[in-house]
Design a protein around this ligand. Sequence first.
Ligand SMILES: C[S@@+](CC[C@H](N)C(=O)[O-])C[C@H]1O[C@@H](n2cnc3c(N)ncnc32)[C@H](O)[C@@H]1O
Length: 395
Amino acid sequence: MPTDEITQKVTARYAKAASTGEQMCCPTTYDMGHLKTFIPEEVLKISYGCGAPAGLKTVQTGETVLDIGSGGGIDCFEASRLVGPTGHVIGIDITDTMLEIARKNAAVVAANLGYPASNVEFRKGLADAMPVQDRTIDLIISNCVINLAPDKRKVFQEMYRVAKPGGRFTISDIVSDQIVPQYLVHDTQKWGDCLSGALTLTDYMNDMTAAGFLGVHLVKFSPWRAIDGIHFFSVTLTGYKLPPAPTASSVRYATLRGPFNRLVDERGTTYQRGIPQPIKSEDELLLSTPPFAEHFLLTTEPIELDSADPRWSAVFPADAPCTWQGHYALLAGPFLEAADDDHHVYRRGEPVEICSKTVAVLETGGYQPHFVILNRAGDHVSGEAVTCSPNGACC
Ligand SMILES: C[S@@+](CC[C@H](N)C(=O)[O-])C[C@H]1O[C@@H](n2cnc3c(N)ncnc32)[C@H](O)[C@@H]1O
């Protein structure tokens, strides 16, 4: 479908939804009881998101927040409450009916929050050509919109353009576990349902990194639908636009502590556990940010670690037979590649089949925040115990 046709059909679809209030898309994790205390029902009933990006408590007082594809305004209004009267919220949407409802309710929400005037404005515009000035936004949010845009790379470039240095994003969207085939891409109904336009998780995160964001990683993941063997997921992702590097820092080396045996970051730098790796000051900024910080020792002089050092960490699989029950591990980032102590190499966003012993390893503290464990078995799997060595180790 040509780009203009996609936009025109998506707009018609959401204009109709806004005027009928029909149910669409996916379960979210909103606390509706709380939102109802200050957001009118007219807005809540046309909430078509697939996550709750403004409800993640990442929003801070006084910040400027941008919501891409703001719809009836649900996330803008929650962000309005979180930034407080000194903060500012901008919602962008392409559908007039959505904008009318959102604008009409901005004053009502401000009054309910006890603000002297609304701190939210709604602008008409496309996600890939946003009417927003360069480097003015602290936090970009978006809820189930970018999959609807014909050119996602352009949207990510726009996000990077408008983010302040040191700014960040928290985005909920639909992604798939494999490239969506052409017969679904050209299905208008499924495009409007937030399915056909989905990128794979790997492409989504890599395109964000290519646009300039770093530390791109998953913070939430839930299965949504499967069509013809293609699995669609609702995800919430976050990442940063780095601020200028500090000039006075004395940090020169990063030593990986574990439990990963090896990691490759988004700039392509490889870290081997225990071996000091020379770094630049921009790397220091990133490696001292969650979720990197706990894995690295940042030092002025090179420091080697060995397995006797209490700062070294490792998690080995149990020396016992395993079962295969349909589990897959998906590296949630921000690392591009990661290796464990059992010969598995994981690449960001790509599912790797794992046995029960590896499930247990990846569910331990140091690994757990970096993985999503899926089960792709269609039916219940009995999972007989398997062993390929005399001492009972796994195959
Ligand atoms: C699934 S709804 C989500 C609305 C809102 N974020 C929410 O959570 O309720 C998608 C919204 O994105 C808007 N939209 C779709 N494509 C867009 C684009 N390329 N640029 C800007 N807005 C777009 C639609 O008009 C619609 O309001």
